[in-house]
Design a protein around this ligand. Structure first.
Ligand SMILES: C[S@@+](CC[C@H](N)C(=O)[O-])C[C@H]1O[C@@H](n2cnc3c(N)ncnc32)[C@H](O)[C@@H]1O
Length: 253
């Protein structure tokens, strides 16, 4: 029996400033993708909580703060957790508000009691752990009833294997081996079930895809991500998808 490769999460401890500056690394794709994810999430937060500020938000696997920092700018009380200390230091450095809190912690053992947060997020994260259900369970536990859990991950099918693993390896120079492993990708229906088992009702899911017209010949030649490379929302969940779920008001600790 062939052993399945494990995902390499050590790469996030070695990027340093490159989180925010590199174009010849797939982190540039994560950065570009965050430009479409953040406004979508802010809109859903406003739909649920109005213009209320200082919402308590936990960003699980926050990396260098691509979501945590804009949420802090929007006036919220944000805590980002990650296992990569180097990434956390960069996140803190790029927090222009000085109000976000960054902590080393494991998503599988969150160091909080029940119902501590209004919002929990896990962006580009669930496909980085062997047991995503355990993470959703932890997220639901620390979320208050009526609170929101946002997720973004990759669908598992032939197309996502081709585009998210193979195409990125071919087109972006410094793609680390096992940055993503296909068997850890999650089908939307699987994630919906994980949420439902934890008392989280999925209210919305939207697909995200690259806007291929923003790829330039120059970038292809250099094997780097063009500065103006963009992602767009799409109805199809075939590649990557972003979703929002709400914890049942009935579930009290
Ligand atoms: C692809 S990055 C996503 C970063 C960020 N959420 C974003 O969207 O820019 C995945 C992150 O998960 C972190 N990570 C992996 N396993 C973890 C765990 N068990 N607990 C906390 N963080 C973890 C990695 O260190 C890395 O920063």
């Amino acid at each position: 029996v062939q052993k399945q490769a494990s995902v390499d999460n050590t790469i996030y401890d070695r990027l340093g400033e490159r989180w925010y500056t590199a174009q010849d690394d797939p982190v540039a794709l994560l950065r570009a993708e965050s430009k479409i994810k953040t406004p979508w999430i802010l809109q859903k937060i406003e739909n649920r909580f109005g213009l209320k500020k200082n919402l308590r938000i936990l960003d699980i696997g926050c990396g260098a703060g691509f979501l945590s920092n804009p949420l802090a700018v929007a006036g919220h009380e944000v805590t980002g957790i990650d296992l990569a200390e180097d990434a956390l230091a960069i996140a803190k450095k790029y927090d222009t508000t000085g109000r976000a809190t960054y902590l080393t912690a494991d998503a599988l053992h969150l160091p909080w009691g029940e119902s501590q947060f209004d919002i929990v997020t896990a962006m580009d994260f669930l496909e980085h752990v062997d047991d995503p259900f355990a993470v959703v369970k932890e997220a639901a536990r620390v979320l208050r009833p009526g609170g929101l859990f946002f997720f973004h991950t990759f669908n598992r099918n032939f197309l996502s294997h081709l585009v998210i693993i193979k195409l990125v390896e071919w087109l972006v120079k410094n793609t680390p081996k096992n940055m993503h492993v296909h068997h850890l990708f999650i089908k939307p229906e699987e994630l919906r079930k994980f949420c439902e088992h934890c008392g989280l009702a999925v209210t919305e899911m939207t697909g995200i895809r690259p806007q291929f017209s923003t790829i330039t010949w120059q970038a292809l030649k250099n094997r780097s991500v063009p500065l103006n490379f963009r992602f767009v929302l799409t109805k199809s969940l075939a590649l990557s998808y972003l979703g929002c779920s709400q914890k049942s008001e009935g579930i009290r600790p």
